[in-house]
Design a protein around this ligand. Structure first.
Ligand SMILES: [Zn+2]
Length: 155
């Protein structure tokens, strides 16, 4: 069974491959509507009614304002693809969460003595020895400094 890190790496690689293939993107949404004009005798008033349209409109909110654009059928087809790509991109940006999870594993691996269990042991040892330990640490390596910082961050 692959390790958790290996799984994250595989997921990341496949997301990156999807990103490499993605087409143009447009955020926003596409609506189509049909209308009735109200003119007597028009087909839209018939039985059954044949409404006008469909008419397409792409719209997008920017800084609290909605901008929109009217589209014909073939333009609407283009927008449909671009908007789908936009939603796909939102899924691909899970790359960030995958990276964060993988980063935690890699950081722990690069500092094997700093995993949580060791840190807890280290803390109880500090409590026993009291202030002396803190003094011992002054002027030691950057690594001890990192441990001190991590300890300080715990509640
Ligand atoms: Zn009509």
């Amino acid at each position: 069974m692959p390790s958790r890190l290996q799984q994250y790496q595989d997921t990341y690689r496949s997301l990156a491959a999807e990103l490499a293939q993605i087409g143009f993107i447009r955020p926003g949404s596409l609506v189509s509507r049909t209308t009735s004009c109200g003119k007597p005798g028009c087909r839209c008033q018939g039985d059954p009614p044949q409404r006008h349209g469909p008419y397409y409109q792409w719209s997008r909110a920017i800084a609290g304002k909605t901008i929109s654009r009217r589209l014909n059928e073939s333009e609407a087809d283009l927008y449909r693809d671009w908007i789908a790509n936009w939603h796909h991109l939102e899924q691909i940006t899970q790359m960030e969460e995958v990276s964060a999870a993988a980063a935690e594993i890699l950081l722990r691996q690069s500092n094997p003595h700093q995993d949580l269990q060791d840190l807890q042991e280290h803390q109880s040892m500090s409590t026993q020895v009291g202030g002396r330990r803190a003094i011992e640490k002054c002027g030691t390596s950057a690594r001890s400094g990192a441990i001190t910082l991590k300890t300080a961050l715990l509640p």
